[in-house]
Design a protein around this ligand. Structure first.
Ligand SMILES: [Zn+2]
Length: 109
């Protein structure tokens, strides 16, 4: 199932980026139209990427997509991580508290 969803994401994401590139090189659009159409496509691509990162399809840090990797959900930032990245982040926040962020126990319980 993950493979199918990743494929669908990749196809749509690349399609949106290619459309944005086509808009930029299209001589029939004014500069204003290019900016507006490009922005719309990049917003859609960004929204799609956000949905991808919030789905259990790969690690939000290293991007690993190996099926055999167990992904761990982080409730704070609504992303999935492989076990290695999750543990590294947890250790990092334990050793380097960020005063402007919640305690590591909340970030990476
Ligand atoms: Zn990772």
């Amino acid at each position: 199932m993950r493979l199918i969803l990743r494929g669908a994401f990749n196809d749509q994401y690349v399609k949106l980026l290619n459309q944005a590139s086509d808009v930029r090189s299209n001589a029939t659009f004014s500069s204003f139209e290019k900016d507006r159409k490009e922005e719309e496509l990049y917003i859609r691509a960004s929204s799609l990427k956000k949905a991808y990162r919030e789905a259990p399809l790969g690690c939000g840090v290293c991007g690993t997509q190996a099926i055999e990797d167990d992904l761990k959900y982080n409730e704070y930032n609504h992303e999935w991580f492989c076990e290695v990245c999750y543990n590294e982040n947890q250790e990092h926040y334990k050793k380097n508290p960020h005063p402007w962020l919640p305690c590591w126990r909340k970030l990476y319980p």
